[in-house]
Design a protein around this ligand. Sequence first.
Ligand code: FCB
Length: 496
Amino acid sequence: MPEPITPESLTSASLAPESLAPEAISTGPLAFPADFLWGAATSAYQIEGAVREDGRTPSIWDTFSHTPGRTEGGDTGDVAVEHYHRYRDDVALMADLGLTSYRFSVAWTRVQPTGRGPAVQRGLDFYRRLVDELLDRGITPSLTLYHWDLPQELENAGGWPERDTAYRFAEYAGIVGAALGDRVQLWTTLNEPWCSAFLGYGSGVHAPGRTDPAAALRAAHHLNLAHGLGASALRAAMPKRNRVGVSLNSSVIRAVSESAEDLDAVRRIDNLANGVFHGPLLHGAYPAGLFEQTARVTDWGHVQEGDLRAIHQPLDFLGLNYYTPALVSAAPSAPAGPRADGHGASDHSPWPGAGDIAFHQTPGERTEMGWTIDPGGLHELIMRYAREVPGLPLYVTENGAAYDDKPDPDGTVHDPERIAYLHAHLAAVHRAVADGADVRGYYLWSLMDNFEWAYGYGKRFGAVYVDYETQARTPKSSARWYAGVAATGELGEFQG
Ligand code: FCB
């Protein structure tokens, strides 16, 4: 197995000062690079609905959301925002807002209902129609293969803790790559594998709702393997010009104090939040200390000879999803129990082997999710990866905020808090670009209000308001504001 990487080796590379563009640091409106993509993101289960149509079968999220007590108010994605039937109008809306890119995901069970074997043509046809509609309107499609909706049949066979799931994913990747590789150039294997592994199999607040720390770590490795095998399968099936990456919810982890114990808590959580994925994906090795800190949970015997080579595929870009930072401290006597880490209420920790680390609420204003607003964290995150993997193009593949939006009597929806949030975070992205980071685009989460997983429909992240009774879409004031930024490629002064 290759040598583990150390935190020092990750931060030693520095950026060339000549990459600082003088015009980018002048005052006045902040100009983004000319070909910067202005996007919005969604995912299949959160928006499509039509869960029983055209051969689609249940994924783990269908099962989970239909299990009493798993989601707020028992909400499910059965209907969601009917995007499966309204995709044409939704693309027209994107065009109206002047978006230049759209990030969406493919529902695995529309393509392979049992998670294996030949593809269902009708399922692939839906995504082909969607992509053609986008291309007709000059919107660059950015396709994510896996946004958490594992075929239920594969979960019945053991799910991500089982090695075979990685091979199944590679087969699926090859099928979709062959079907859409002629018209989609931006390909993402996995969205936020941390959530799939640690919320799905650790704390159990996400599907499939298991609470087994050893299974969570096995899942993490098999997701890494799925990424590597999937990236290879995609490349084998698609034209060479296409670009393959991954979207990680890389976390910014801060310490309550500079004490050695608190800094060690940061190192350990960083290994579990970031290193467990970035290490193998970007550097071909698990990070130093990860195996030791989790030794009581697993012996990592599931990592086989050759896996790290298979995982460590060249990446064409890295997607960063950012919402809020985490704040931790050493807490030798911390009881295992509900934590303030912003990932939902559960008696089980999503952090294997970290029962002696406490999570704290970061000070500052918060969104409706209870997540602290900290745009500096986005700059920090981008710069970390700009240094860690110099030359690798970055995209902010998700960033946004939930607020309790309500239409005014005249039907308009004003969301000045979201505008403030987006403005501050886009300014942080701009600062990172000025500091030399190669950020190629920004995707607002989300295009429209949708099924927010265990929180159901109560949390609205959309730039477009959805009336869930009528399915009417109304762009909020933030959507109009974002359209202005996209049209000019410039971020003006914040008009609060
Ligand atoms: C991310 C998910 C996305 C959405 C946002 C709020 O973790 O990728 O689907 O739920 O959070």
